[in-house]
Design a protein around this ligand. Structure first.
Ligand code: SF4
Ligand code: SF4
Length: 94
């Protein structure tokens, strides 16, 4: 069952503990924290909690709205398309 879940969510699920993408964003977006708040909304279906947690971030993903995404595009060692996830997260939770 876990393998099935991993296959279904492997391209969107951020394993925050790895943090291999740290420092990839020149604008200081804390990618793993942003994706953690996304997980609260999309996986846990708790949008209000996700918004509360997103509001606590010192730096949010607003920069992603006008960024090409090139700096972080290949930064995830688990194959997540970071630019495609962070900007929508900001739109959803800001
Ligand atoms: S490298 Fe990928 S899986 Fe790891 S924290 Fe960053 S986005 Fe998440
Ligand atoms: S899309 Fe741009 S602003 Fe957003 S995390 Fe990636 S490099 Fe940073």
């Amino acid at each position: 069952m876990l393998d099935t879940y991993a296959k279904l969510n492997g391209t969107t699920y951020c394993q925050q503990a790895c943090n291999d993408c740290e420092g990839a964003c020149p604008y200081g977006v804390p990618i793993s924290d942003v994706l953690r708040t996304r997980m609260y909304a999309t996986d846990y279906q708790d949008v209000e909690f996700a918004k509360d947690e997103y509001a606590l971030l010192d730096v949010n993903a607003s920069a992603c709205l006008s960024c090409s995404g090139d700096p972080c595009r290949d930064a995830c060692t688990h194959g997540l398309a970071i630019p495609d996830l962070c900007a929508p997260t900001h739109r959803m939770l800001a």
